[in-house]
Design a protein around this ligand. Sequence first.
Ligand code: S3P
Length: 166
Amino acid sequence: MKIILIGFMGSGKSTVGRQLAAKLQLPFTDSDAWVEEQSATSVSRIFESEGEAVFRKWEQRFVEQLDEKGEVISCGGGLPCFHDLMAILQEKGKVIYLKTSVETLVSRLENERKNRPIVASIKDETLKEEIRTRLASREPVYRQADVIIETDGKSIQDIVDEIVKL
Ligand code: S3P
């Protein structure tokens, strides 16, 4: 069985995913790390030199190569929203949306923008509005997840425990 974590940048997918995998003794895969390994370059560089569409193609390849083995997967924030990948993810495993408020996302992303091309060049003054707008456009897809977990005010451990109990 695959456990597939989705959610906006900064919602904690990778950290939760890694700890969850350790707890369940399952392998852990991060889609961005897979893309970087396969393309032998960084996500930022793909956006910069080839553009977002090429990056989304890499994400599609990632989802399409997923096999039946049990693992925990953390997906890049935009992944489910392109090429109908949400539907494929749902066929591959249990999809969990880590739902985080705009305020919490802003406070996390303020200092972690450098390697995230979608927000890297956004000015502080407009970051909140940009996140609000982008989250609103993605939420209809995220909400199709099998399970929605609110993450605000919870520790990584709390979230991991909540998923284990599902
Ligand atoms: C993106 C999120 C990033 C990464 C890329 C694009 C997005 O992943 O895939 O920078 O479109 O939201 P994280 O959600 O792990 O930061």
